[in-house]
Design a protein around this ligand. Structure first.
Ligand SMILES: [Zn+2]
Length: 255
């Protein structure tokens, strides 16, 4: 095989109203905050980095009261991405790539803890993040991602290591330049959907979240995920607690 290893990390939990996250949803739901460690012979990558550690003490101070008020934070010292890596005996300073699905606070808030990585993001996400008005409208805070990392800005599909084993897939719609990640493992293909698809039900029943940059684009991205699934890929949903309970977690690798 190609020597690819992948590990699922839980960087805390948020609790929020299901009605915000899925059309017709009721009650509260506890959301895992995933990050993935990807080890390839040519480099070590993270797919997303979770929430900034300041949110362990003062979410409203970091995010502002409106955004912080949407969630209850179950996020404590030891949950942040750097601690998760250290617990696996990996050095945060030796991560080569941070592949951000998108620029919401629960996906790139830990970028600050990965100082030497090159950021791999869709150019259209970066461009939206660099425009103050568009960034504010998309709920982006440049303090999370405009930190001086080297940049690899990509347009659409991108083969991260050049051998087809790790491929960025454009799944725009949740945000202007959202991307998912397709991985070729011994057990078959998996697709880390991130927030192009919060829950299994999002895909099965096409119940979209209340907030989206472009719902037509989101539907097109869900069509793409459905086609990949029909072709045999396993879809890893972005914040689905039931799904999250079914997969192996670090230190056990996903195969
Ligand atoms: Zn999210």
């Amino acid at each position: 095989m190609n020597g690819l290893s992948i590990y699922a990390l839980t960087c805390g939990w948020l609790e929020g109203d299901l009605g915000h996250l899925m059309e017709g949803g009721e009650g509260r739901i506890r959301l895992p905050i995933p990050a993935y460690l990807i080890e390839h012979p040519k480099g070590v990558a993270l797919f997303d980095t979770g929430i900034h550690p300041d949110c362990q003490r003062d979410p409203a101070g970091r995010l502002g009261p409106r955004l912080a008020g949407l969630f209850a934070f179950d996020y404590h010292p030891g949950d942040e991405i750097s601690a998760r890596l250290v617990a696996l005996e990996r050095d945060p300073a030796r991560i080569d790539l941070v592949i951000n699905s998108h620029f919401h606070f629960d996906h790139c808030g830990g970028n600050a803890q990965i100082p030497n990585a090159t950021l791999v993001v869709q150019r259209r996400e970066w461009d939206a993040g660099m425009d103050p008005e568009r960034a504010a409208r998309s709920g982006f805070n440049p303090r999370d991602f405009d930190l001086g990392h080297k940049l690899r800005l990509v347009d659409g599909e991108h083969d991260v290591f050049g051998d087809g084993s790790v491929v960025c897939l454009p799944t725009h719609g949740h945000t202007p330049g959202h991307q998912s990640l397709k991985l070729r493992l011994a057990g078959g293909e998996i697709v880390l959907a991130a927030d192009s698809c919060y829950f299994c039900q999002t895909l099965r029943e096409r119940r979209l979240p209340r907030f989206a940059f472009d719902k037509d684009m989101m539907h097109a991205s869900l069509d793409r995920l459905a086609a990949l699934e029909a072709a045999g890929a396993r879809i890893f949903f972005g914040h689905d607690p039931e799904f999250w309970a079914t997969i192996p977690h670090a230190p056990t690798a996903i195969t």
